[in-house]
Design a protein around this ligand. Sequence first.
Ligand code: ZN
Length: 212
Amino acid sequence: MLDPGHNGGNASHPDIIDKLVPAGNGTRKPCNTTGTATNAGYAEHAFNWDVALRVRTILRSDGITVVLTRPNDTGVGPCVNRRAEIGNDAHAAAVVSIHGDGSPTGYGFHIIRANDDDAGARTDAASTRLAADVHARMVSESGMTTATYAGSDGYDMRSDLAGLTLSLRPTIMVECGNMRDAGDATRMSSPYGRSRIAMAIASGISAFLAGH
Ligand code: ZN
C-alpha cells in the first residue's frame, strides 16, 4: 500500500480535517492536515501524489499489486486512522507513506517507523527491514542525502504518528526531503527529481518484498 500524505481538498475543509480521531497509544489527533509546501508554493500533497503514482507504475510493471489510500489529489482526507485501516484491511505486505517535510532549517530525507514498543514484534522486525531496504535505495538512487535536521543518518522513530502506530502491517513513512530547503525544493519540484525519488522508493519496496 502506498499512502500519499494529505490531500488537495484538505485546506478548504478544516471542519472535516480538524476533527479528532484515535491516533494510537491512547491519543487523539486531527483527522488530517494540509501539509507543507515549497517557498514557491508547490504543495506537499501534490508532490506526495505525483511520487505515489510514479512508484505505483514501477511496482505494477513488476507485477506487484498496489493499493492507494486516496483515489485522487482533489479530495479531503481520508483521516489518518482510516489510512491505517486501509492497509490493515488489505493485509498489505508493505505500507509506505509518502511525505515531504517543512522544516525551517536542514535538508535531506528521513525514514520514520514506529517505536519498538508501539506495535507487535512481528511487524517491528519487518518494518525495520523495510526501512533499511528503502533507505539504501534512497541513498544510492534518489539524489537526496540523509537528513541533517531530523533523526539520525536518515532514520527516525516516532510514537505520535497514527499511520505508524495504528498499522498492523510492515510500515514506514518516507519524508522524502525538506520542501523549505532550496536545494531539496528544486529536486522535489522537478519531474526528474520526483522520478528519481520514486525509483528509489520502488526499488526499496521490491527488495523488501523479494526478501520474504
Ligand atoms: Zn506530510
